[in-house]
Design a protein around this ligand. Structure first.
Ligand code: CTP
Length: 488
């Protein structure tokens, strides 16, 4: 079982720690909480102790606080056993016996917890806490835990926008990253102080995704996904489009995120909310999607073309709204370029996945047509949708996909949720890059260099699992689309 120490600092976002503990526990991760005193103003230790089913450390020299009845904790290294009397008082009543004989409960539990932890997650991490750890100050249980530990650390900051953008905080974040700390940067939105901007702690699901990645030690590279249906304008208010909901593309993005990919989604019109923790690039037309693809493609290891690109567009997009009331109207259509096929020559060392929607004929004929498409478009894999089944419709939550690989293999996935189908699709592909080591905040050898330095060339490759702060500008947006993060 993976073990995580959850550090909770004093921010209003501390209320999300309860959900985080619940998610960790549900995911089979043992979680031990260490809080600052300020954090207890926002959430009680007892709440987190109850949810984690483990004692919570607040005081550096005091006893931990825990659920009150029937505790029995083993210290595997020291042989100590902590027993708590059946009472409704917190752990002041604890006695520790065994190993070196009776001693205070203080120190034992959180030192054991950090010694045996696979990862320390600090959520929320305040400006104060980041500053202390960056500068080697340890004046409470949490900062001491962080400085005394050699396990990897993931910080999830939460603070006011101006604090997050303050040069002092930026310098501390940079310093921590240079020592190997990982960050899930705060999202942008309305903050507790009433202002709007970056500073809101990432959502617990996103933090869990980053934790999973770090625990598995896998960062599988960069995934570019297209989603939704392109809209081809007739005039400023009318367009030709299709019924794609974007659900399948977003499911691929979500599954990719959970598998450890750094995900960017170029999406046209969709009718479903995008996943969090991925970079979103909205476009409207096939031409805009093509521009975005050509601009970004070189930076990615894997492309999944789940978008329904309109095969035709009006020859002419009228600049003003056309008057209604005509007896008939003629719209001249011209073919759009095949975006997938157009990238054919630029795919060396990259994996490309296409989707196919085949209508009519026998299942065998549909597979044969999809195989032809795989070859013509030069894909490594094509996912054949089955739109004739009622459980595999546009906009639905389930799908029946047949995976056709370039090496001739075929795999029927059967009825699955779109997310599970996306997981299976990605799981069936080779990992595009070697497994990177998880980094440690404190080098194990004094003076040792961090194993990986954040690259200055490409901010996407910094130690930050997802984003790298307010100054990050991974790629300039293509014409017609502005880059934005998924709303939180
Ligand atoms: N595609 C593309 N550019 C287009 C059309 C499609 O890149 N102009 C991509 C789609 O995103 C999909 C794959 O090509 O991954 C298959 O699409 P397509 O050839 O349009 O096939 P179907 O939609 O399956 O069917 P049809 O050929 O009948 O349009």
């Amino acid at each position: 079982m993976a073990r995580v120490v959850l550090g909770v600092a004093g921010s209003i976002a501390a209320y999300k720690s309860a959900e985080l503990v619940r998610l960790f526990t549900k995911a089979g991760i043992e979680v031990t909480v260490v809080m600052t005193r300020a954090a207890t103003e926002f959430i009680t230790p007892l709440t987190l102790a109850t949810l984690s089913n483990r004692p919570v450390t607040v005081e550096q020299f005091g006893p931990p606080v825990g659920p009150t009845a029937g505790w029995e904790l083993s210290d595997s290294s020291g042989g100590a056993v902590l027993r708590v009397a059946e009472s409704d008082r917190p752990m002041e009543s604890a006695t520790v016996v065994g190993g070196e004989g009776p001693r205070s409960a203080s120190g034992i539990e959180h030192i054991r917890a950090t010694r045996e932890a696979d990862l320390i997650v600090v959520a929320p991490a305040t400006a104060n806490l980041l500053g202390k750890v960056a500068n080697g100050i340890c004046d409470d249980a949490l900062s001491t835990t962080l400085l005394a530990s050699t396990v990897p650390v993931l910080f999830c900051p939460a603070m006011n926008t101006r604090m997050w953008e303050h040069p002092a905080v930026r310098a501390n974040v940079r310093q921590l990253m240079e020592r190997g700390a990982q960050f899930v940067d705060p999202g942008t939105g309305e903050l507790a102080c009433g202002e709007y901007g970056a500073g809101r702690m990432a959502e617990p699901e996103e933090i869990l995704g980053a934790v999973r990645r770090l625990l598995s030690g896998v960062r599988r590279g960069r995934l570019l996904v297209t989603a939704g249906g392109t809209e081809e304008p007739i005039d400023p208010v009318r367009c030709i489009s299709n019924r794609s909901s974007g659900k399948m593309g977003f499911a691929v993005a979500e599954a990719g995120r959970d598998l450890g990919y750094d995900v960017t989604v170029i999406h046209a019109a969709t009718s479903t909310p995008p996943p969090s923790g991925v970079t979103l690039l909205p476009v409207r037309t096939a031409e805009e999607m093509g521009n975005a693809l050509h601009h970004l493609h070189a930076d990615f290891d894997l492309l999944v073309m789940a978008a329904a690109v309109a095969d035709y567009r009006p020859r002419r997009a009228h600049a003003v709204k056309l008057p209604s009331g005509e007896a008939s109207m003629r719209v001249d259509l011209v073919p759009n370029p095949d975006l997938l096929a157009s990238l054919r020559g630029q795919r060396e060392g990259k994996l490309t996945v296409g989707f196919a929607l085949e209508w009519g004929g026998t299942p065998r004929e549909r597979v044969a047509r999809a195989r032809r498409k795989l070859q013509e478009k030069g894909c490594d894999l094509i996912a054949l949708n089955n739109p004739l089944e009622s459980d595999s419709q546009f906009g639905g939550d389930t799908n029946r996909i047949t995976l056709l690989y370039a090496d001739g293999r075929t795999r029927e996935l059967g009825l699955l949720s779109k997310y599970d189908a996306a997981r299976a699709l990605l799981d069936g592909l080779p990992a595009p890059r070697p497994i990177a080591p998880v980094l440690s905040l404190v080098p194990t050898t004094a003076g040792a260099k961090p194993k990986t330095k954040p690259s200055t060339k490409n901010p996407r490759r910094t130690a930050t699992p997802r984003r790298s702060g307010p100054s990050a500008n991974p790629q300039k947006p293509p014409r017609g689309g502005s880059r934005k993060k998924a709303p939180r």
